[in-house]
Every structure is written in C-alpha cells, then in structure tokens.
Design a protein around this ligand. Sequence first.
Ligand code: PLP
Length: 395
Amino acid sequence: MSRFVYADNAATTAVKPEVISEMMPYFTDKWGNPSSLHKKGREAAIALEEARARIAACLGAEAKEIYFTSCGSESDNWAIKGAAALGRAKGKTHIITSKIEHHAVLHTCEALEKDGFEVTYVGVDAEGFVNVDEIKTAISDKTAVVAIMTANNEIGTIEPIAEIAKIAHAHGALMFTDAVQAVGNIPVDVRALGVDMLALSGHKIHTPKGIGALYIKKGVRIRNLIDGGGQERGKRGGTENLPYIMGLARAMELAVERLPKMAEVARLRDRLRDELLKIPHTSLNGPRADEKRLPGNLNIGFEYIEGESISLLLDAEGICVSTGSACASASLDPSHVLLATGVPHERAHGSVRFSISDDTTAEDIDYILEKLPPVITRLREMSPLYSEAKAAHLI
Ligand code: PLP
C-alpha cells in the first residue's frame, strides 16, 4: 500500500492548523499597524507585545529581549555582523565559529573575513561535537563573538553551549547560538545556556515561512539591522509582520507543549536506525548517545551508492528525505558537516538524513522500512563501485 511519509522536518515542517487559526484574525480583521496611535493600531500593538511576551516565556527570556526577523538566516546574519561591527569599534576583530555551522553562519563569517575580520573555524570530532579545547586556544581579548550552533541540522549533535558561553564570557566575547534546529526538539532556555544571542526560525516549528526571531540579552549591544521607524526598539525597522508573529507565538507554545512527546519520537527514530543498520555496508553518522542527538534526527551512510539517487527513488514511493541541509542539497558537493566529522567523500555522498517529528507514526516507520531496503539493493545492483568492490572480494 502506498502512503505519504514526510521525513524531512529539518528542512521545513508542515504548517499546523492551530498556527493558522491564530494568524487568521490578523489578516482579516485586526490588520492595524502597531505603530498607529488609534484604536486599530492599539489593538495590533497589544497583540504584538503579547506575542513577544509569550515567545519570551517559552525561552526563559524577557519580552524586551525578543526581536522579530524574517527567518533564521536573517537572525544569524544580524547576530554575527551586528556583534562584529560593535566589536571592531573596541578593537575586537576576531570571530570563532565551527566548521559544521549552517551556511547562514559560515557565509556570514566568510563575508566578515573579506571585511578584515579574522575567523577561527574550530573542528569537530567524529560525532560532530565541537572541539572546546580549540576554542580555548583560539580565544583572546580580540574575540568579538563566538558563534556555535545549539544543535546541528544534518547529524543532530547537541553542542555544549553553556560550557562554551562561559569560555566566551571569560574573555569578554559575546556568545551567539543558532538554535534553529533545537527549538521545538529539545528544551531551550537562554539563561541556562548562558548565551547573549540566540536565533530561531518559525518554519522549523510549523509556521509558514517568513518569520524568525533573535533573542538579544538585555544590556548586550549589537549594531542595528535595519534603520527605519522605531520598530523592534529601533534595531530592526519595518512595520511588523503581525499575522506571522502571532503564528510564531502559538507555534512556540505548541513546541514547548510537545517536548514531553519527543521521547516517543526518539524511540521511533531508534527503531528506524536499528533496522537500517542491519542493511550491509551502512553506518550511522553523528552522535552514538541518544541524549546527545536531536530526537528526530537520523543520518545514515549507505556505501557504494549516491544519497541523491536514494532520495529520488524514495520520493517516487512517497517518502521525503534529504541528503543534507535543504539549502545545500541541490548541490552535488558532499556535506561539509559530514566531511568535518571525518566521513570520507564516498560515504558522505551516500548519506541520507531522516528527520521525523511528533506527526510521524509507527506505520510511517514501517513504510520506510518496507520501501528503503529494495531501493538500496536496486541501486547497488547498478553501482559500478559496488561491482568493483565485489570483484575485488572487498565485500
Ligand atoms: N540555521 C540552521 C541550523 C538551519 O537548519 C537553518 C535552516 O535550515 C537555518 C539556520 C536557516 O533558517 P531559515 O530557513 O529560516 O533562514
């Protein structure tokens, strides 16, 4: 029997009806501009500030520490470029990040390098954990900001952010974390993490695309993103996208409510992992310990074949997976994340990311387990690499 199984929640998530319900009145009825002084504007301004407080509560932050943006990439750019700009004014021209960050962070750091900053890209171990000693060695009083993701989008590694934040602060650097993949999957509390800035994105937690947020701890100053009206405390001008902001508030609350269900998501993921690893010549990419990996993330390497071919054949069976981050999966380059963990090129090419959610059912997992093994067999039968390895008695 055929079905549709969406196992690509790290790329984007299905929009939840509760989120749309929360948004709708702000399209049809409560369409005022929050900056207007009249009744229609006041109604919008009250909703805006309530949404900010609801989101802050989900992160252990204060309302005035939440700034709305259009997406995770914008939040990443703002945090790093904004911290770099004010850092430079104080003679701080060094940035530390990791080799496995999302391109929204890596390309931002590369742009800053062209602008005269020195960037240290710290390595990771075989499971994707950043090398904290490398951070300790690289950091100095010239470091403006340390940017390390809370959890990786491809292999799900949960990084030791609180420990890294302490190192950053001991040297007078700001600590930024990209929590785009962590929010909704694991508890995220800005005070427990000890960060100065934290980025999140709505479409990873069931809002439509086009809304994100940046937490900036009170007292922390970074350069304004958009000069304009006084919106977002004068730091990011532009009339606020109220319907989407309302959707984000609801999505954040739902994300917190479903955290207890994530243990069940991890159980489904583990069953998928254990069964897939029974297929010959497969390996697990990323952390071994379940508690160090995002509950919905599984990344498996299938030797002698291409991840893109696997994903196309699964797509024909109604199963959506991906070979890396959605933004890079159109390119045939192997994943920079897998390469950084020491996975060889050929194995990185044959890797597939499954990212399931609390909407995934046991039947969905059964369906993947029914459809995937024949796909692997079929592709290996056509693979010159596989035939060569067999002929050479390597397998
Ligand atoms: N950071 C991480 C870790 C991500 O996974 C993504 C999206 O895949 C982003 C940032 C970018 O978020 P957005 O798509 O909202 O720009």
